[in-house]
Write a protein that binds this ligand. Sequence first.
Ligand SMILES: C[S@@+](CC[C@H](N)C(=O)[O-])C[C@H]1O[C@@H](n2cnc3c(N)ncnc32)[C@H](O)[C@@H]1O
Length: 288
Amino acid sequence: MVLLPAELQRVGIPPIKCQGIKSKLVAFIGESVRWNGEGRWIEPFLGSGVVAFNLLPPNALLADSNCHIIRFYQAIQQGTIDRLIVQTFLTQEGRKLQTIGAEYYYEVRDRFNQSASSLDFLFLNRACFNGIMRFNRRGKFNVPFCRKPLRFSQSYITKIANQVNWVAQQMSRTQWEFRVAPWSEIVQEAQSTDFVYLDPPYIGRHTDYYSAWTMADAEQLAIVTQQLPCGFAVSMWLENQHRKNDHIQQHWAELELRLFQHYYHVGATENWRGEMTEALLIKPEFAI
Ligand SMILES: C[S@@+](CC[C@H](N)C(=O)[O-])C[C@H]1O[C@@H](n2cnc3c(N)ncnc32)[C@H](O)[C@@H]1O
């Protein structure tokens, strides 16, 4: 069996958005890696899940330290959230948002920060400013409203409900485990036939996803990953017009480097918008 390289005809988009989402890079990742697919695909920084949902490994361990992302996908896997439930919920909540306006967004945000409902998480994720995923030090979601009371149009709701359905279909074809855990715990499980894809938060950015990501974390990740008993690939930004990521040269120099350029538009400041070169660092035997 050969899972990768894979040529993707069309990239599916998941219902959850987050900074650093790799929708534009999935095809590039699929073409750059060689792996027979016999073991588990291990993804410790799952985020939106767009990479696994498209590459469709038969067996996978999909994890993130953000419990809201993982619980949302577990609910889809268990069938407690599906297309119809999402369609009904967003129609009802979207109407209230339209009638009451911004105040209603903040009511849902407070409700979510008390109860952590997965449906509220989806609502906030799709109605917050710039699709940012950000929590304060106490773990409370704190992104402001996108200021569009008409956010949940019928077509937008249908699009999200279809994304939920697509993800549910992908899950029904596979044996996947979703788990809330720090990356360091997840990679310890890697066996020789597995493949680990790592997409950590960008150093110097996205520090408030859910857990902070420091230079010390990045250095620890580089040491641990390069001792893994299996294939692995790591996504990392290489440079934009303002900065170069020296961490790659310092800590990942022995790996195969594949580059991909794209336009990055989610960023709180101008410095983080514009042309960006993304690196995929691959254990040499597993690189195309
Ligand atoms: C760059 S994003 C991953 C994006 C993902 N590949 C996608 O395409 O959507 C990084 C993810 O790492 C998670 N994360 C941050 N610190 C973590 C840690 N210590 N252990 C596990 N996950 C962590 C964040 O919650 C976030 O979802």
